[in-house]
Design a protein. Structure first.
Ligand code: GLN
Length: 548
C-alpha cells in the first residue's frame, strides 16, 4: 500500500493471557517493525491498567525504568522498545493509564460536562478509553496503530480496556480491527508434553468479555507441531494459520526475524484486508543482529547504581550498550555493581579489572558515597567514565571535594545545608511541591563547545537530548571548576544550564545531565554510548598490550 497523504488507520490490539512478562511489548514492536519494513507507517501505544496517572512516581523496583519522551511524558518502559525497534518518536499520546482516564473523566464531571447524568464505567470510562485508543489513528499519519493492553485478561482492572476493545471491534468492523492474543504454551517435563489448556482458558476469558482473538501468538520453549496448532485453533476458534509460534529467542532483536518466518505480518495484513506486495526489507536489521552475535572482542563495563537487583530499572542503558556494542563489533559485558557496596577502601578491588564505569541516574541519598568513591577511583586511574544525570552530578561533587578542595561539597538533594551546594535545586523547581510530572522533563537544546570531547563525539554543535531531573550544576562555581580542570562543554542556550562536563587529559571522562540512553535505537546507536564502548575497548587493548 505505502499510501501517501491522509491515511485511514487500521487498529491492532495486543492482549496477554496466562501470565505477565510474556513480552507483549516485544511482539507488538516486532510486528510493527515488519509492517514498517513493508513501507507502512505504524505507531504503537500502550494502555496500562494501574491507577497512577503516569509511571513517573513509581519506584523502579516496582515497574522498571521510567521512559521519557521528547514531549516530556513519563511513560512505561515498553515505549522504549517501540522507539528502539521502529526508530520513530513516541509521545504523551502513546501511553495512557487508568489513572489518566479517570482523571480526565472526573475533571469533566467537575466542570459540569455530564450535568444531570450518573457517570459510569460504561459508557463514560469506556468512551474515554476509546477516544484515546483512536486518537493517533485519526491524525492521518498512520496506516496501522498497534495498541498494547498492559496486564493480563481476567485482571479486574483490565476489564474496561477489554470492553473498549470489544466496542471498537464491533463499531469499526472486522477489516479495520484485529486482536492478537499473546499466550503461553508451557512444557511439562514430567509429562514430556506441551500443554494447551492454559491458552484455552485464557482465550475463553477473553471470549467471556465478548472479544474473539483473531491471532494467537504462543510463547513456547519448544517448537509447536502442526497437530498441536490444529488443536489450539479448534479449541480457540481461530484458523490454524493464525496460531503463531513464538519460541524463546537468544535476543529480543531476533523476534522480528522469527515473526517474519512465522508470517505474523502476512497474516495480520490479510486479516486487515491491507493489500501489500512489498516484502519486509530486514537487511539492515539483520546486519545489526549479525554484528551483535559475532563480536570480535569484548569489554567489561561496571554499571554502578542502586537498583541493580532489577535490571529493568536500567533497561534503556542496557539496550544502548547492546546497540553500541554491535556498532563496535564488541560484546559489552555489564558488571552490576551496587553503589551501597562501594567504599573508598574497596573501590580499587571492585573496579580495577573493568574497562569502563558508568554511574547511573537515580534519586535520593542511598548509595551516594559509593558512587563518589567509584568516580574518584576511575578519575584518578584513567579508566573510561560515563556519568548520566545523577552520575554526572556525583562526578561534579567528587571533583569539588577531591580536586578543588571544597570540603563537604554536595547536592542540596542529599544535604540541604552543605557549605558548597555545587548541585543546586533549579530556580523553577523551588516552589514545586507536587511530585507527579513536575521535573524538568523531555527534550531540550544543548550547545556544544568547539574542539571538546563532546564535539568530537557528536560531530556537531547543536544537539537535543531528553531530561528528567530537578537539580542542576550550580553556575556560581563554574569558573572555579573550569580553572581547576573540569569543563562545562555542553550548555543549554536559553538558560545556561550545564548539560555536559568533561576532564581534558583523562582518556574518557564524560558526565551528562540528560539521558542519552532514551534516544539510542537499533538503526541509530547513540554516539555517546558508541564512543564510550570504543574508548573502553581501546583501554582494554592497551592494558592487554602492557601485560604481554
Ligand atoms: N536526582 C537528580 C535530580 O533530580 C538526578 C535525577 C536523575 O538521575 N534522573 O536532579
Amino acid at each position: 500500500m505505502a499510501s501517501t497523504g491522509q491515511k485511514t488507520a487500521k487498529y491492532i490490539f495486543v492482549t496477554g493471557g496466562v501470565t505477565s512478562s510474556l513480552g507483549k511489548g516485544i511482539i507488538a514492536s516486532s510486528l510493527a517493525k515488519l509492517l514498517q519494513s513493508r513501507g507502512l507507517s505504524v505507531t504503537i501505544q500502550k494502555f496500562d491498567p494501574y491507577i497512577n496517572v503516569d509511571p513517573g512516581t513509581l519506584n523502579p523496583y516496582e515497574h522498571g525504568e521510567c521512559y521519557v519522551t521528547d514531549d516530556g511524558a513519563e511513560t512505561d518502559l515498553d515505549l522504549g522498545h517501540y522507539e528502539r525497534f521502529l526508530n520513530v518518536r513516541t509521545s504523551q499520546a502513546n501511553n495512557i493509564t487508568t489513572g489518566r482516564i479517570y482523571y480526565n473523566v472526573i475533571m469533566r464531571e467537575r466542570r459540569g460536562d455530564f450535568l444531570g447524568k450518573t457517570v459510569q464505567v460504561v459508557p463514560h470510562i469506556t468512551d474515554e478509553i476509546k477516544n484515546n485508543m483512536l486518537l493517533l489513528g485519526q491524525t492521518g499519519e498512520y496506516d496501522v496503530v498497534i495498541t498494547e493492553i498492559g496486564g493480563c485478561v481476567g485482571d479486574i482492572e483490565s476489564l474496561p480496556f477489554i470492553e473498549a476493545v470489544r466496542q471498537i471491534k464491533f463499531e469499526l468492523g472486522e477489516n479495520d480491527t484485529l486482536v492478537i492474543h499473546l499466550t503461553l504454551i508451557p512444557y511439562l517435563t514430567s509429562a514430556g508434553e506441551l500443554k494447551t489448556k492454559p491458552t484455552q482458558h485464557s482465550v475463553k476469558e477473553l471470549q467471556e468479555s465478548g472479544v474473539q482473538p483473531d491471532i494467537l501468538v504462543c510463547r513456547t520453549e519448544h517448537p509447536l507441531p502442526t497437530d498441536l496448532r490444529k488443536k489450539i485453533a479448534l479449541f480457540c476458534n481461530v484458523q490454524t494459520s493464525s496460531v503463531i509460534e513464538a519460541m524463546d529467542a537468544e535476543t529480543i532483536y531476533d523476534v522480528p526475524i522469527l515473526m517474519r518466518k512465522e508470517r505474523l505480518d502476512q497474516r495480520a495484513l490479510y486479516m486487515l484486508d491491507i493489500y501489500n506486495d512489498q516484502d519486509a526489507d530486514l537487511d539492515a536489521w539483520k546486519g545489526f543482529v549479525s554484528r551483535l552475535k559475532n563480536p570480535s572482542d569484548s569489554v567489561r563495563i561496571g554499571l554502578v547504581g542502586k537498583y541493580v537487583e532489577l535490571h529493568d530499572a536500567y533497561k534503556s542503558i542496557v539496550e544502548s550498550f547492546i546497540h553500541a556494542g554491535a556498532e563496535n563489533e564488541c560484546k559489552v559485558n555489564i558488571e552490576w555493581i551496587h553503589s551501597e557496596s562501594l567504599t573508598p577502601e574497596n573501590a580499587e578491588e571492585k573496579l580495577r579489572d573493568l574497562d569502563g564505569v558508568l554511574v547511573a541516574p537515580g534519586f535520593g541519598e542511598r548509595g551516594i558515597e559509593g558512587k563518589i568513591s567509584a568516580i574518584r577511583y576511575v578519575r584518578e586511574n584513567g579508566i573510561p567514565f560515563f556519568g548520566i544525570c545523577l552520575g554526572m552530578q556525583m562526578a561534579v561533587i567528587e571533583y569539588a571535594r577531591n580536586v578543588l578542595g571544597l570540603e563537604g561539597a554536595h547536592s542540596v538533594e542529599m544535604n540541604p545545608d552543605t557549605p558548597h551546594p555545587v548541585i543546586n535545586l533549579m530556580a523553577d523547581q523551588k516552589d514545586i511541591t507536587n511530585k507527579g510530572g513536575t521535573m524538568r522533563l523531555g527534550a531540550y537544546a544543548c550547545r556544544i563547545k568547539k574542539d571538546t570531547l563532546a564535539h568530537r563525539i557528536y560531530g556537531r554543535l547543536n544537539i537535543s537530548e531528553r531530561h528528567r531531573h530537578r537539580y542542576e550544576f550550580n553556575n556560581d562555581y563554574l569558573q572555579q571548576f573550569e580553572k581547576g580542570g573540569m569543563l562545562a562543554t555542553g550548555i543549554n542556550p536559553e538558560n545556561n544550564l550545564v548539560e555536559m562536563v568533561e576532564i581534558p587529559g583523562h582518556p574518557y571522562f564524560m558526565g551528562v545531565q540528560f539521558h542519552p540512553e532514551l534516544k539510542s535505537t537499533v538503526m541509530n546507536p547513540h554516539p555517546l554510548f558508541v564512543n564510550f564502548v570504543k574508548s573502553a575497548l581501546a583501554y582494554s587493548l592497551q592494558k592487554r598490550a602492557v601485560m604481554h
